[in-house]
Design a protein around this ligand. Structure first.
Ligand code: ARG
Length: 456
């Protein structure tokens, strides 16, 4: 492609070192789409005749069909996906093909391809996130009124519904989806027409080409457009955060599936056995997801590190943006798919959550609130209940086993209504503030998400 200026061929080692076609071939559909739109732009400015443009378009579509079918032969000597496609086209159709790269550089070409690729990837991910959320909703609904302890510091805190716990993740994934939509808006800007770095003296109708490619707008600074990869960094962050959320859910699933918790059962299809210990049923899907999240975070760090020292404008370092991007997209898509499936086979063990939730200590805060309702300042109420807890621990008794006289020996504010506070149903119904897990609130939230997620 640059033989005019060089007297020596590129060394084999340099070729091997610099080739990107072994991974950037994945951009072919977007590269071809971009080239077809560019050819239309060239036709509009009179560089290509209609016949030439049609010949190019036909040639590119034939190449695409061959790549789709796995019949296209990639050549490492041609470095990347762009030169492979262009040189094959020119070999086949001759002069018209040789005009395609007019007013274009691989720098604005690759930036355009990646943006198109990311846009499609976001749309796919959004679908997978919705599916994941639907799976979580159904799992939550199957265990709707199973009460379990909610934890802080992994110590039993207050009672919640299993469904409320899963609904927390629905909220996280909804924010993840919003972030992707937001990133999509910023990345849907067309760099094509920026040339190598300073545009071209051959003036193309960029707005027209952008429309052909479904871009919302065109970039306004050619130097920025060819060298910017913030949209990739943003996407990698968004993906890493989805991974972090999946990883937290994984940790919950792993704990819950242990004999110590026993809160859930996973289906055989989504667990593995041990080659040595016959009794084992391991939550590998969750463990792998927790582990793979490391890669997602790593990919973000890789890209940020590539970008941090780059002078303007395009530098070959930028070729290193693709492998972390592809890896993160592949990893998160598969993680979302497999998690969706695993959650659909996940069921709460009500007997086990009920036993754990029957720990009367979970209602210690409720007792403090009771005293507040009987005109005791909260700090004082907290201390009274603290002493009551210490008394229970010392005597081996639980709250319901204490007599009214016992209660009154700690505070005269107690009366016979205190025992009603210790009823779990009442305790849950009392948590009716916005966002708290009363049965009514949880049912409403399940309904809310069901409605949102049923409309595509
Ligand atoms: N394969 C290159 C990349 O991914 C395409 C752009 C090459 N541009 C150049 N000036 N060498 O970055």
């Amino acid at each position: 492609m640059w033989k005019g200026r060089f007297q020596q061929p590129t060394s084999n080692l340099v070729q091997r070192y610099g080739e990107s076609v072994s991974f950037d071939w994945r951009l072919y559909a977007h590269d071809i789409r971009g080239s077809i739109a560019h050819a239309k732009g060239l036709e509009k400015m009179g560089i290509l005749t209609q016949v030439e443009r049609e010949t190019i378009e036909h040639g590119l579509m034939t190449i695409k069909a061959e790549i789709d079918a796995g019949q296209f032969v990639w050549n490492q000597e041609l470095e990347d996906v762009h030169m492979n496609i262009e040189s094959t086209l020119t070999k086949r159709i001759g002069a018209a093909g040789a005009k395609l790269h007019t007013a274009r550089s691989r720098n604005d070409q690759v930036a355009t391809d990646i943006r198109l690729y990311c846009r499609d990837a976001v749309d796919t991910m959004l679908g997978l996130i919705s599916a994941m959320q639907r799976s979580l909703i159904e799992c939550a609904a199957r265990g709707e009124n199973a009460v379990m302890p909610g934890y802080t510091h992994l110590q039993r805190g207050q009672p919640v519904f299993f469904a409320h716990h899963l609904l927390a993740y629905i909220e996280m994934f909804a924010r993840d989806a919003d972030r992707l939509k937001d990133a999509r808006q910023r990345l849907n800007v067309m760099p094509l027409g920026s040339g190598a770095l300073a545009g071209s003296t051959l003036i193309i109708d960029r707005e027209f080409v952008a429309q052909e490619l479904g871009f919302d707008s065109v970039s306004q600074n050619s130097m920025d457009a060819v060298s910017d990869r913030d949209f990739v960094a943003e996407l990698l962050f968004d993906i890493a955060l989805i991974g972090v959320h999946l990883s937290r859910l994984s940790e919950d699933v792993i704990l819950w599936a242990s004999a110590e918790f026993g809160f859930i059962t996973l289906s055989d299809a989504h667990t593995t056995g041990s080659s040595l210990m016959p009794q084992k049923k391991n939550p590998d899907v969750a463990e792998l997801t927790r582990g793979k999240t490391g890669r997602l975070i790593g990919n973000l760090m890789t890209l940020l590190t590539i970008l941090k020292g780059l002078p303007m404008t395009y530098n070959r370092d930028l070729q290193e943006d693709k492998e972390p991007l592809f890896d993160s997209i592949d990893t998160i898509n598969l993680a979302l798919e497999v998690f969706t499936e695993m959650v659909s086979g996940m069921d709460v063990n009500r007997d086990r959550t009920a036993v754990a939730a029957s720990d009367p200590m979970l209602l210690a805060t409720d007792l403090a609130d009771y005293l507040v309702n009987h005109a005791v300042p909260f700090r004082q109420a907290h201390e009274v209940i603290g002493k009551l807890v210490a008394h229970c621990l010392a005597t081996g008794k639980s709250f319901p086993e204490l007599s009214l006289a016992d209660y009154q020996s700690f505070s005269p504010a107690f009366d016979e209504t205190v025992f009603a506070v210790l009823q779990m149903d009442a305790a849950m119904a009392a948590r009716k503030g916005i966002g708290a897990p009363s049965p009514k609130n949880v049912a409403a939230r399940l309904e809310h998400w069901r409605k949102i997620l049923s409309t595509p």
